[in-house]
Design a binder for this molecule. Sequence first.
Ligand SMILES: Cc1ncc(COP(=O)(O)O)c(C=O)c1O
Length: 403
Amino acid sequence: MTLSPDLNETTRMVHGGACDGGLVRTPGPPVQRGSTILLKHSRHIYDKSLVTYGRGGLATQATLRAALEDLERADQVQLYPSGLAAITGTIQALTRSGDEVLVADSVYNPTRRFLEGTMRRFGVTARYFHPASDADAVAALITPATRLIYLESPGSLTLDIQDVPAIAAMARTRGVLTAIDNTYAAGVLFKPLDHGVDVSIQSLTKYVCGHSDVFMGMAAARGEAAAMLAESSHEVGWAVSPDDAYMALRGLRTLHMRLAQHGAATLRIAHWLTAQAEVGAVLCPALPSDPNHALWSRDFTGLCGVISIILDGASDAAVNEMLDSLQLFGLGYSWGGFESLVIPCDPQLAARRFPVVKAGPMLRLHIGLEDPDDLIRDLRQALDRLGSGATSRGPVLAAAGSH
Ligand SMILES: Cc1ncc(COP(=O)(O)O)c(C=O)c1O
């Protein structure tokens, strides 16, 4: 915009550099920043059909939402500042005081924390069902107060898979909504909305962003559920920055290739782990011996990088020594980035209503994009630290809870 030279310098500094459009075309969208939107006419100020304020997102967020709508086969996607915010925002949007939520017991711990804390304070209760429950078993729990069935499949840490199409179909006939944490599948390996689920949630922090440097979440839905999410987001005021939205879009460009590599390396390492004497069990639904294998083969098109292992009895000290000796696996929460990670899980399993029966400490691994031969060498030298093993079957580390 050209400013009149008659204006004082202060005014020219305040108004100079405003962009009137006319941007050149680049492969990605512009990172459009703005809280205020400058409207063309005074009659536009209260026109509800126009975007009149930047909180709901501008060009960058709109481009990301459109791409995620395509990926999740949704009518509408809402963006949230973290995956946890997408979970809490969805539960809040779909329930009201007096409602009950039926929840797969294998959910991500902070989901349970939100249900038991904030939601309980607002009069919404949660009941947990065994993650291996079939549709009939879940149907038997429904009461007149049941508003929502909340799934996570495969579930955090123990990778239990639910019969999602059957549970979603049953819920629909009973007038109950369904939502699923679809972060494992990253919107690629499983399409919940095509299987009748009302809301598919992802922590985009994981595979979509893919580089362990951005927090974001999304909830994808069709029809009435989409309208409920949109209204709630508008009321509550969730917003994400255009810079973060750009990073998520950048992650989407390589999502399928990265997942294919994560999945192939994970399968190879899972097979290798089953042959190691120190490993009592490998939790990976692609292994034919895994109890979730049939559902995984039917519903999923691949694996991501998450697996868990149960060590065949080992002392806390030996497991800590093993973890500290790892060179390529970082000790850290989260997953879905380019790098390999590991955490001991036992303190997190303590919150479950149905105890996980196992003979030794459990570790969750994230298999990153490193060469799998190098990862196998790193794991082998770490397993050597377990020595002849010991007897403790308790939690591996003293610290409890999760992020
Ligand atoms: C299954 C699952 N869902 C949701 C989240 C929360 O995502 P965020 O860290 O983006 O809040 C996590 C984080 O670890 C997760 O593992």
